[in-house]
Design a binder for this molecule. Sequence first.
Ligand code: SAM
Length: 434
Amino acid sequence: MTPAARISAAIDVLADIEARRRPATDALKDWGLSHRFAGSGDRAAIAGLVYDALRRKASAAHLLGEATPRATVLGMLRLDRGLDLAAVEKLCDGSRFAPDPLDARERAALAGTDLVDAPAHVAGDYPEWLDLPLARVFGDDRVEEGRALAQRAPLDLRVNTLAADRDKLAGALSHLRPAPTRWSPAGLRVVVGAEQKSPPVHAEPAFIKGQVEIQDEGSQVAALIAAARPGEQVIDLCAGGGGKTLALAATMENKGQLYATDLDKRRLAPIHARLERAGVRNVQVRTPGRETDVLEDVSGRADLVLVDAPCTGTGTWRRNPDAKWRIRPGSLSERLAQQATVLDRAAGLVRPGGRVVYVTCSLLADENTDQIQAFLARHPGFSPVPPEEAVTAALGDAAPAFLESVLTFPEGLLMTPRRTGTDGFFVSVLRREE
Ligand SMILES: C[S@@+](CC[C@H](N)C(=O)[O-])C[C@H]1O[C@@H](n2cnc3c(N)ncnc32)[C@H](O)[C@@H]1O
């Protein structure tokens, strides 16, 4: 396919997403099925255009003065890909499979990149109703934070230190050009270009042998701050597919006991194969039953309970640009109630002197600092560990620069793409008094 034909295809996919209110992945898959002549390179490039357009939806619409799928793609080409008017015009020449030629209004709009008079939520490309909540956390920096959240995310890998070391793995994966991550000593980062397909890590021998997992560096750091130690009794209460469970097991060096559970047994299902592949031997998966409390025997005895809480995912907009525009106030309230429930459960599981570590991939104070303040009011026997203390123990030499980069609060710390180059993660360490 020509570059111009790919742009036409991206406009069609965006129209489908909008008309049928469906996730981008579904629309892209359908497009691939009904255009079998398109090769994998074409499909990857079209997906790149669609996701980039979704990332810049508000600012592109502002530039073009309308929010149609065509305007979104044209605006993105100008704002994100840096194409000038002549380059866009060349692509939209009206030839077979190319988008229609630009009209006078489009030409005038694409002559500049003027977002000066755009309100913060437009310049930062996030939903208008989240402007106040984001202003509460970031103040005037919210536009820059939003812009960083509208960039493409790199592909981060976590080397499984139970089975390999980072330098050797970097050699084995040298064709992906991985670079060591800045904060996590077990992380490798692969940069994927706009038109590139994400490399099939699942097919790498190192992945098949359990030496490497896909995990954002922010998630790796959150697990490091939880600091599960060899010999401890640890509960991963919202284990889901086990991303953090595997990271905790690695710092425990397979010693002690790690209990992994989740409210939803379907989410937990993939964990078994992942543990097996990673050579993890100290995890008991406690699949929830209908009536029984699957953690009854460990209640009040855990050294550490990790609550990797259900949340709005506002910190992961780089990876889920269409979810960014779907989030509603109702889903926030639902998550807030779930977070309080799971935190209260964690409080009963930890031993005196033990700790609860609360993690979200949200940027919103309601889900982070407010949630912790409310927890502390309900559970006066707990107090927050100062972020400086938790980070220094977890990150060693990288701690000072990390602490300068994150936002810190008495209740915990917040990573963001702009500040730490990771997804947005909030981490709070809460110690139960002896
Ligand atoms: C952020 S995800 C966990 C991701 C996982 N820890 C990982 O690293 O791959 C949040 C999980 O919390 C679970 N959850 C929601 N409410 C819960 C509750 N009351 N108790 C336990 N798990 C809960 C959800 O089913 C979901 O799997």
